[in-house]
Design a protein around this ligand. Structure first.
Ligand SMILES: [Fe+2]
Length: 385
C-alpha cells in the first residue's frame, strides 16, 4: 500500500451537511437561522417539470416566506445564466440563495452568488480566489447523485462566446448548508442516474489516484467508490430503491469532498473539453473517457487502482492484476448502464486536435498519475472513438 501519511495538508469543509430522508423539511428553519426572508431559488426547467420545485416552494409558502424563482439554467451552465440569475436577485430584492437541482443549477448559483454579493461580471471571478469575501446566505438542495457540487468550492461555467469551460475556485462560494435528501432523487430517470453516477465515480477514482491526493480525501474517495460501485446498478434498474439512492447520494457527496481537496485529472480535462464544444452531458463524457484514461495511466497508478478494485469488491491480491481488474470493472459498469458512445453524442474526429489542446490547457491536467500532453490526449481521444 502506498500512503501519503507523512505529507502535511490542511482540510476545510465550510458546508454543513444535513443528510437524511426528509431532511429537506428543515429548509425554512435553516433560512430563519440565517435571517433570510426572501430567497432567490436557482433551478432549471427539468426541476420545474418534475414537480420537485413545487415541493420546495410549498415548504416555503407553508412557513410564510416569499421568494423569487430563476429557472432558466441550461445544461453545462453558461456565463449569461449566472448573470441573469443575479439580475433576478437584484430586481426581486432577495436576501439569500437556494440552489435546487443537479450540478448545473448549483454551479450557476455559486457563480451568481459572487455577482449578487459583489457585482461585476462572471469573468472577474474566474480562476482561483477572486471572490473578495463571504457571499449571501447560500443553501443547496441536490436532486442528482453525481456532481458533489454541494460540498465543493468550485463552479464550472461555460464561456458562451468561446465555447470553453472556465472554472471559478473560492472557499467563499461553498454553500453554507447542503440539504441531502435521498427521497428527492428517486424520480431521476435511469439515463441521468447512470451518467451522474459515473461522474461521481470518476470524481472518486481521479481524486484517489491524483498526484496531489491527501489522506482525508483518500478516505472519502475509497468509501465513495465502495458505495457507488455497490449501488449504481440498483439505482439504475430500480429507481425507487431508497437504499440504493441513499448510498448514491452519500457516495457522490463524499466523492465531492475528495476531489475538492485533491483534484480531478485527465478524464475531467477531456470531458470538459467535450462539454465545451458539443454541450454534451458531463457524466456521459466521463463514462466514455474514464476506462481509457485508466488504461493509459495504469503503469503509474497500479497501487492506487488496486485499492480502487478492492473498494469495488475485488478479492485479487496481486497488485498489478487487481489494477487491471479495476479498469475491467469500470468498463463493465459503463456497458451495463448502456451509456452512449462518442459517435452517438455527435463528436467529430475533425475536432480532436482542438479537443486535445483544450484538455492540455485544463488546470487539472498536471494531476493525472501519468503525464499527458496534447499528443497523448489525441491518442486517447482516438482510442475512445
Ligand atoms: Fe465531474
Amino acid at each position: 500500500m502506498n500512503t501519503n501519511l507523512m505529507d502535511s495538508f490542511s482540510f476545510i469543509l465550510p458546508t454543513r451537511i444535513e443528510y437524511g430522508i426528509g431532511s429537506v423539511a428543515g429548509l425554512a428553519q435553516e433560512l430563519r437561522e440565517m435571517n433570510v426572508t426572501r430567497p432567490l431559488i436557482v433551478t432549471d426547467p427539468g426541476i420545474v417539470k418534475s414537480g420537485l420545485l413545487g415541493k420546495i416552494t410549498a415548504l416555503l409558502e407553508q412557513e410564510g416566506f416569499t421568494y423569487v424563482v430563476f429557472d432558466a439554467v441550461e445544461p453545462n451552465p453558461k456565463d449569461y445564466n449566472a448573470e441573469n440569475a443575479a439580475k433576478a436577485a437584484a430586481e426581486g430584492k432577495t436576501d439569500g440563495i437556494i440552489a435546487v437541482g443537479g450540478g448545473s443549477p448549483i454551479d450557476a448559483a455559486k457563480c451568481a452568488s459572487a455577482l449578487i454579493s459583489y457585482g461585476g461580471s462572471v469573468k472577474d471571478y474566474m480562476g482561483k480566489n477572486k471572490v473578495p469575501g463571504p457571499v449571501q446566505p447560500f443553501i443547496v438542495i441536490p436532486t442528482t447523485a453525481g456532481t458533489g457540487s454541494e460540498v465543493t468550492f468550485s463552479s464550472v461555467i461555460t464561456d458562451s462566446e468561446k465555447s470553453f469551460k472556465m472554472s471559478m475556485r473560492s472557499v467563499h462560494i461553498a454553500p453554507k448548508v447542503a440539504l441531502l435528501d435521498p427521497q428527492l432523487t428517486v424520480t431521476l430517470p435511469p439515463g441521468i442516474t447512470a451518467s451522474t453516477g459515473i461522474d461521481a465515480l470518476t470524481h472518486a477514482i481521479e481524486a484517489y489516484s491524483a498526484t496531489v491526493s491527501e489522506p482525508v480525501a483518500d478516505a472519502c474517495a475509497l468509501y465513495a467508490i465502495e458505495l457507488i460501485a455497490g449501488s449504481i446498478r440498483e439505482a439504475y434498474f430500480n429507481g425507487t430503491d431508497i437504499k440504493a439512492r441513499s448510498a448514491m447520494l452519500m457516495g457522490s457527496m463524499l466523492a465531492g469532498i475528495a476531489f475538492s481537496h485533491s483534484d480531478v485529472a485527465s478524464v475531467h480535462c477531456m470531458a470538459e473539453a467535450l462539454g465545451g464544444i458539443y454541450d454534451a452531458p458531463h457524466g456521459v463524457c466521463n463514462s466514455i473517457i474514464l476506462p481509457h484514461v485508466m488504461e493509459y495511466s495504469l503503469d503509474h497508478a497500479a497501487a492506487r487502482y488496486a485499492r480502487v478494485a478492492r473498494a469495488m469488491g475485488s478479492m485479487e491480491r496481486d497488485e498489478r492484476k487487481a489494477a487491471e481488474e479495476a479498469v475491467g470493472m469500470v468498463k463493465q459498469m459503463v456497458a451495463d448502464l448502456k451509456l452512449p458512445s462518442l459517435k452517438q453524442i455527435g463528436v467529430k474526429e475533425a475536432d480532436f486536435e482542438k479537443l486535445a489542446e483544450m484538455s492540455e490547457a485544463n488546470l487539472s491536467t498536471g494531476s493525472n498519475p501519468r503525464p499527458m500532453g496534447k499528443a497523448e490526449y489525441l491518442e486517447v481521444f482516438k482510442k475512445a472513438f
